[in-house]
Design a protein around this ligand. Sequence first.
Ligand SMILES: NC(=O)C1=CN([C@@H]2O[C@H](COP(=O)(O)OP(=O)(O)OC[C@H]3O[C@@H](n4cnc5c(N)ncnc54)[C@H](O)[C@@H]3O)[C@@H](O)[C@H]2O)C=CC1
Ligand SMILES: O=C(O)CCC(=O)C(=O)O
Length: 332
Amino acid sequence: MPEPIRVVVTGAAGQISYSLLYMIAKGDVFGYEQPLILHLLDIPPMMDVLQGVVMELADCAIPLLREVIPTADPAVAFKDVSAAFLVGAMPRKQGMERKDLLSANVKIFKVQGEALDKYAKKDVKVLVVGNPANTNALICSKYAPSIPKENFTAMTRLDQNRAQAQVSAKIGVPVEQVSNVIIWGNHSSTQFPDASHAVVNLSGKQLTVAEVIKDDSWLRDTFVQIVQKRGAAVIAARKMSSALSAAKAATDHMRDWFQGTVYGKYVSMGVVSDGSYGVPKDLVFSFPVTIKNGQWSIVQGLTIDDFAKQKLAITGKELEEEKEEAVAIIQA
Ligand SMILES: NC(=O)C1=CN([C@@H]2O[C@H](COP(=O)(O)OP(=O)(O)OC[C@H]3O[C@@H](n4cnc5c(N)ncnc54)[C@H](O)[C@@H]3O)[C@@H](O)[C@H]2O)C=CC1
Ligand SMILES: O=C(O)CCC(=O)C(=O)O
């Protein structure tokens, strides 16, 4: 067996982490042969609750889990970690947009960027889940200049999973038969869920989703809106934001980043824009990517029609505004 790796989860006493920790500990992300030391960060008032989580992890008797370190100190939490799940942040309530969380959350990601810079391994892979995830990831990377900016990503995998589930339900096939649905842009209601490059495997034959569904208005309108508003719909029903599905998406994101994507399939991740598809640089924008040897690459050469161009511009503009606001909050 390899040596254990250190993995930090922030917001470890919260609702997403309650599902996520078990998924990580049992090997869903780093593989079923990789022992782990889990670092659990939360704020001082949550330390009693966190102790309960530590007890439950022990009671799961998970063979891969070698040690659990609960702490409220970022210096301890980020020390020598190879992977960071940055979940800890305030969730939105009904009626709020995710960007309304900027003032409460962006400073957390400045502090955690500084701590990653100081204490984490230089090749640490960072996934920001806490909202607004794209802009928080951007700010985090700015405060960790010694770590490559490619190592900071934001979670749009939940949106991808939602989109894939909607398309497969519409066609009437299991989800694994649908691939290459893309989420472009911000993890917000301006995101562009795009099924125009998606494919479906039907009786061993690969067909485009568009030719199977044969309903452009559903694909361009109903589908886009369902996915854009799914987070709000869950909040309206549960009175709390998505947690189980968010935890599953976080494990999917990090598993693919560490273990690679399957040939011919791509996944969506918020990554620092290099200007591909005319997206402004220096934003964390969700693109379709493939991953090999732990490195992601933006899928190039996809056809972007005028409808898609317009959607990419809307979500890119929102991200530029968020960035401006975040910088102002930090400098105030
Ligand atoms: N990107 C995505 O697709 C999704 C993002 N989210 C976001 O994830 C975040 C967490 O959601 P939940 O777990 O439901 O919230 P929660 O409120 O249940 O848990 C958040 C935890 O973070 C802790 N926390 C707050 N400040 C912290 C800090 N500075 N350091 C460490 N821990 C800190 C809190 O004490 C709490 O235990 C929210 O911002 C939510 O909006 C949720 C679902 C999907
Ligand atoms: O919608 C929210 O603000 C909280 C959870 C979330 O980001 C989501 O469900 O997509």
